[in-house]
Design a protein around this ligand. Sequence first.
Ligand code: FAD
Length: 314
Amino acid sequence: EKLQQHQEVCSKPTYSFEYFVPKTTQGVQNLYDRMDKMYQSSLPLFIDITWNAGGGTLSKLSTELVSTSQSVLGLETCMHLTCTNMEISMIDDALESAYNSGCQNILALRGDPPRDAVNWQPTEGGFAYAKDLISYIRCKYGDYFDIGVAGYPEGHPEEPNKLKNLKYLKEKVDAGANFIVTQMFYDVDNFIQWCKEVREFGIDVPIIPGIMPITGYAAFLRRASWGQINIPKYFFALLDPIKDNDELVREIGTKLVVEMCRKLLSSGYINHLHIYTMNLEKASLMILEQLDLLPTENEYLTEPISMLPWRKSL
Ligand code: FAD
């Protein structure tokens, strides 16, 4: 019965929410409340917890958050895990903690450089690329974890060559990854063209687009510039004249993102949206509401849904 209900849910496109790890204990508590509230009102298929540049207390907070969201809040959780500042023993600890909490989903990443470093450097006794981390997880845990990887439809800031990026993406999938989550983007035509190229390159795992809500003009520009992504001219034309009115920027920005998601969902490549919530509720839910994706009474399940049937449905 549960599977049947689940399949009804899956007949609509599905979505997931990404949260980053707050720096304070109070921030963590607020986040648990928000995650729980957002889960109750919108039933995401899973949630992601980002990984803070390894080694310090911040990365311990990542594993704690994963463990609590999976085993206490009961949310299907995906743990991001990076190689930055991580010796293998630390990777082992993180994986063991995820395993013990019942978490079965890892987004395996190389990681960004730590804040105080310009270039990324491998840690002695650690891994240099995400593909090495994936091989290691597969070797140690077999098929226990579902492993996702990062995809770059707009290119990776350190590697402008498109073909090389496709080659590296394929290496990650060949090493054992079974889904791709992309960087944020606003250029849908470029994204759809990239999906076509990914498929032509022989990569056949599900592609999940990373959707960044527009919550304010300055943040919108800052995030796009940080990720080095293209902003289509019509976004500027609509948002620049209203840039000082936050509420209007959010309203028009949401319309733009909704229009973008509609085009993605009708492209034939996409059946799931991954929303970068930035730990905020309103903008993410506005997008889902306008897309008519929020659950109806019948679709509301009292128990969390396993990702396993979802994988088969994509
Ligand atoms: P890789 O795929 O290993 O690539 C790293 C670099 O090496 C790239 O420049 C690539 O072109 C190059 N490369 C890859 N393979 C080879 C090869 N065989 N030979 C030569 N060069 C190669 N960062 C965090 O710190 N924490 C997070 O939680 C986090 N979450 C993210 C979630 C998503 C969806 C995305 C898209 C990114 C996320 N990031 C996160 C950022 C990510 O860590 C950075 O973009 C990082 O620079 C690259 O990680 P990767 O896993 O794509 O690395």
